[in-house]
Design a protein around this ligand. Structure first.
Ligand SMILES: Nc1ncnc2c1ncn2[C@@H]1O[C@H](COP(=O)(O)OP(=O)(O)O)[C@@H](O)[C@H]1O
Ligand SMILES: [Mg+2]
Length: 1003
């Protein structure tokens, strides 16, 4: 048994109540939906009730923690008298898990189903009894499966012996199973019509046996709604619900089937209407069902014998059918619930390892005025549970101290094994005797069974009958009764019905009829193989005994915790504590002995290996491994932890810790240690993770590198291949270069053309004067020539386009100068780079009088000149002006000579480098003084401008040696030109003007 000091501690209470009521935010988040639907399932919403469940939560929590930390299957055994609160406690535990376990979408569904399986099973398996308004009339063991994270992922329910007799009979003050009343109260009109039912329970024989169809504490209408919703949550579809309710209705109709005896005393059905409904609801042939209800089919020596039933037999057959239908449907229902709860690995992939936590809520010990086979089974079951409890707590604990060599003063307790043996022992036990009576040929009756009992177990201290009892007790015993002195008290059982109930017979023809049903549920419940199976089915009691023994195995295999419910009073009243009653329960449950053992004993014990494994991290010597014996390891460990002498004992294989607080302190230390280890591990993990990441990145980089290298290599290879091909083509082209264009040389020729054009593009002549031009290949000579012309034209054109009017004028003048002087006069080349200027004298340099005199004639050009007298060749400074019409020679303010262009017959210059020139004037006109000998520093410019103005370009004579000119009146002058070292102009002795012109280097 697990010791639960936690539930006593304030902190636990605080935590749990915080969790259940205060942990609102989280609950709100997780379960908003559910909360809004259903508050009736939430005890924490009713503050007054809260505290009474705290211990349940503590135990639930403790089992859950053990399940998670030790990964060992757990079970919680809930025991107590009928009505003590077992079922409520079970529900609270489930709700506790629903609230506290980790959640996820799928887990929510599982939780919902686990919770919602309850109202459905309770509707079909619970009923109002004298002891409890919601008494479980079946035993239930529920496994909840948890995954490794501690989330519920599935469940499974085992059901034990449903009290079927309740379907057809209830004691006074009791009811049939809730579902019948719920259906009638809550079922919609439409549904009831389909099922052929009326709203009032009074209409149905099976519902009124106990005369209390309505109970104030039960709200059938509301419960119906809860059940309907729950059915859909545990995945019933509409058809299945309809089929299920058809069966419920059919039981009610069956109860109303009546018989009357015909002349021969054979039963006949008098209620055709019921048969009609039954046929429809059970989907069977009406006439076949009717016949089956009033006949009995036996197979004797391989032959079928059909015999009619009398009234009593017919009623028995009818009731048997009703019980069979209901009982089997209940089992089907549990199966169906199990399917919806089943742990589906597909839904929770990878959560293979599950641990289970079992909850046992079985019918409690009960004593009524009349107790029958059912109470016998129920109380036997409670004996077994008490036996298990004793085995696992009082007995084994004390034995353990002994075997572990711990000094121990034994605590005495009542061991109920003797009663269990009385019931279940082979050959000698009550069940064996009952079975024997059921199976033996001949007229066995309940009375013969009682006699047999008296005979066999007469000396048993816990068994009494009227016959065996002493005078005093005999009064309280009927002749049809036997009494068992149970651990929890005396119960007197009436043997009436024991044989029938144990046989649980259903006539063959009724079975056959049900096998033919088309109602899918009935069809599954009644299996055809049953008809052919020759083996006699096990009796009810034996079945029950076997299933209980299996249950004990299941419970033994798990780590148990216990909730022992104490019933405070027999009146179902709140806040009333019947001391006698409670004292009695505490006594028979052996709780005092338990306390004594616990007080004297140890709160905690563990095998050395397990203890060391769990806490070894708390001591440097034992961490991380202890090489010696675990026993010694634990000794070192507890010493290190500072356990005091009285706090623990070292057994042979286990350590025993006396006080919970010692263990808690150790647990706290472990928690702290775990956290620091976790931090360390995190750091290691981080390092590991970083390295992993680094390696991953390194591999990635290498992969990228090699891929890229590959790509580069492939590209290079492709390029090389291309290059080889190109070179090959090139060589071939070169060989064929002089052939006409053909496939062999086209590439080459194209290339040559291309490269020539590209070369040309890069080396085009820069300007008109640039005569360079790339040498074309032979095949492109013509094209080259054309291109060259085009290029030149283009350059000329662009050049021309760029020329300004002034520059154009300049060039025109230069061209004319060139035409006149080029190659003819020595100082012409010197003039070429010098620009011609519009005029060499501004108007301000010309005398105003002259300007006035020339008022109407604009001066186009003016230049200072030297005039040589015609006779003495005296040099005189003059200005030469060109106007529109004439050449004008000016001396200061006087116009000395005007030569109209018309009169200008020509101009003479020498071929040498001097600057002299002669203007020849037409002389018929006497006004003219004759030709003029002049010298200009800008002789080429002056003459070009004059010739152009006077339109005398062709009249410029360039003479070698000498120039003759007219002096006037027919006389002639001569100017001789010779080259010399420097310029000299002088009158020679021969009267000529001699001009020595300096020789210029560049001629
Ligand atoms: N802790 C409790 N506080 C108040 N009422 C309770 C408590 N436990 C049970 N009851 C009441 O007693 C009735 C019987 O409880 P139930 O769990 O059905 O008994 P059992 O399953 O042991 O036969 C419940 O319907 C409820 O009304
Ligand atoms: Mg119950």
């Amino acid at each position: 048994m697990k010791f639960l000091p936690t539930c006593m501690s304030d902190s636990w209470w605080k935590n749990t109540s915080d969790l259940l009521q205060g942990g609102k935010q989280e609950r709100k988040r997780n379960r908003k939906k559910q909360a809004s639907r259903d508050t009736s399932n939430k005890p924490w919403l009713h503050a007054g009730r809260r505290k009474s469940w705290v211990f349940c939560y503590a135990i639930a929590d403790n089992s859950y923690r053990s399940l998670r930390t030790e990964r060992k299957d757990q079970c919680i055994l809930i025991s107590g008298e009928s009505g003590a609160g077992k079922t409520e406690a079970t529900k609270k535990i489930l709700q506790y898990y629903a609230v506290t376990c980790p959640a996820s979408q799928q887990v929510e569904t599982v939780k919902d189903r686990l919770l919602q399986s309850n109202p459905v099973l309770e509707a079909f398996g619970n009923a109002k009894t004298l002891r409890n308004d919601n008494s479980s009339r079946f035993g239930k063991y529920m496994d909840v499966q948890f995954d490794y994270r501690g989330a519920p992922v599935g469940g499974h329910i085992l059901n034990y012996l449903l009290e079927k007799s309740r379907v057809v009979h209830q004691n006074h003050g009791e009811r049939n199973f809730h579902i019948f009343y719920q259906l009638l109260e809550g079922g919609e009109e439409d549904l009831l019509r389909r099922l052929g039912l009326e709203k009032s329970p009074q209409q149905y024989h099976y519902l009124v046996k106990g005369h209390c169809a309505r109970v104030s504490s039960i709200n059938d209408k509301n419960d119906w709604k809860i059940v309907r919703r729950a059915l859909s949550i545990i995945s019933f579809n509409d058809n299945e619900v309809e089929d299920l309710l058809s069966i419920v209705a059919s039981v009610l109709h069956l109860g109303n089937v009546q018989f009357a005896a015909d002349e021969q005393g054979n039963a006949q059905v008098t209620t055709e209407n019921q048969i009609k409904y039954l046929a429809r609801l059970l989907a069977v042939e009406g006439s076949v069902l009717r016949d089956a209800l009033i006949h009995k089919k036996i197979i004797a020596k391989g032959e079928e014998l059909i015999s009619p039933l009398n009234l009593e037999q017919a009623a028995y057959a009818r009731d048997a059918l009703a019980k069979a239908i209901y009982g089997r449907t209940f089992s089907w229902l549990v199966n169906k619930v199990n399917k919806s709860l089943a742990y589906k690995e597909g839904e929770f992939p990878g959560w293979r390892s599950t641990t289970v936590l079992g909850l046992l809520d079985i019918y409690g010990f009960e004593v009524f005025q009349h107790n029958s086979f059912e109470q016998f089974c129920i109380n036997y079951c409670n004996e077994k549970l008490q036996q298990l409890f004793i085995e696992l707590t009082l007995k084994s604990e004390q034995e353990e101290y002994e075997s572990e060599g711990i000094a121990w003063e034994p605590v005495q307790y009542f061991n109920n094994k003797i009663i269990c043996d009385l019931v279940e022992e082979k050959f000698k036990g009550i069940i064996s005797i009952l079975d024997e009576e059921c199976l033996r040929p001949g007229d066995a009756t309940d009375t013969t069974f009682l006699e047999k009992l008296e005979e066999t177990v007469k000396n048993h201290p816990h068994f009494l009958t009227h016959k065996l009892a002493d005078q005093k007790t005999r009064k309280s015993l009927g002749r049809e009764e036997f009494r068992l002195l149970h651990y929890a008290g005396e119960v007197t059982y009436s043997v009436a019905g024991f044989l029938d109930k144990n046989n649980d017979l259903l006539f063959r023809n009724l079975k056959e009829t049900m096998c033919n049903s088309e109602n899918p549920i009935i069809n599954q419940c009644f299996d055809r193989t049953e008809l052919t199976d020759k083996k006699r089915p096990e009796t009810a009691a034996t079945q029950f005994k076997n299933s209980l023994s299996k249950l004990m195995e299941i419970l033994m295999s798990k780590e148990p915790s216990y909730i022992r419910c104490i019933k405070p009073n027999d009146a179902k009243q709140a806040d009333r504590f019947d001391e006698v009653l409670i004292r009695h329960q505490v006594k028979y449950l052996g709780l005092m002995e338990n306390l004594r053992v616990r007080r004297a004993g140890f709160a905690y014990r563990r095998k050395y290996e397990v203890f060391l494994q769990r806490y070894k991290s708390l001591c440097p010597e034992t961490w991380p491994t202890w090489d010696g014996r675990p026993h010694d390891g634990v000794a070192v460990l507890v010493k290190h932890l500072g356990y005091k002498q009285e706090e623990y004992k070292m057994g042979r294989t286990k350590i025993f810790i006396r006080f919970p607080k010692t263990l808690f302190a150790t647990e706290d230390a472990l928690e702290v240690r775990k956290q620091s280890l976790a931090t360390k591990m995190q750091a290691t993990w981080r390092g590991f993770y970083r390295r992993k990441k680094f390696l991953h990145m390194k591999h990635s980089a290498i992969a990228i590198q090699s891929w890229w290298r590959g790509t580069l290599g492939r590209r290079k290879a492709a390029k090389r291949k291309w290059a080889v091909q190109t070179i090959r083509r090139f060589i071939k082209g070169f060989i064929y270069r002089n052939h006409p264009r053909c496939p062999e040389n086209e590439y080459f020729l194209d290339y040559i053309r291309f490269s020539f054009l590209m070369n040309l593009k890069r080396n085009l002549p820069k300007n008109v004067l640039d005569k360079s031009w790339p040498t074309p290949p032979p095949s492109l000579c013509e094209a080259s020539q054309l291109l060259r012309q085009l290029c030149m034209q283009n350059m000329v054109w662009t050049y021309c386009k760029r020329i300004s009017p002034e520059w154009k004028q300049q060039l025109e003048q230069k061209v004319i100068a060139s035409e006149i002087f080029k190659g003819k006069k020595d100082n012409y080349p010197q003039s070429v780079p010098r620009l011609f200027i519009n005029t060499r004298l501004g108007n301000e340099e010309i005398n105003a009088k002259v300007l006035q005199a020339l008022e109407n004639e604009a001066i186009k050009y003016a230049v200072p000149v030297i005039k040589y007298d015609r006779k003495g060749y005296k040099a005189r400074s003059r200005q030469l002006l060109l106007t529109q019409n004439a050449v004008i020679i000016v001396e200061d303010s006087k116009i000395k000579q005007r030569i109209d262009y018309a009169n200008l017959t020509g101009i003479s210059v020498s071929s040498l480098s001097d600057n002299l020139f002669v203007l020849h004037v037409h002389c018929e006109d006497n006004k003219q003084k004759g030709d003029v000998v002049l010298q200009s520093d800008h002789v080429i410019e002056t003459l070009t401008k004059t010739a152009m103005r006077a339109d005398k370009v062709n009249n410029i004579n360039i003479n070698q040696g000498s120039i003759k000119f007219t002096v006037g009146q027919g006389k002639e002058g001569v100017i001789d030109f010779i080259s010399g070292s420097e310029l000299l102009i002088a009158k020679a002795k021969n009267g000529h003007l001699t001009v020595v012109a300096p020789r210029l280097n560049s001629r």
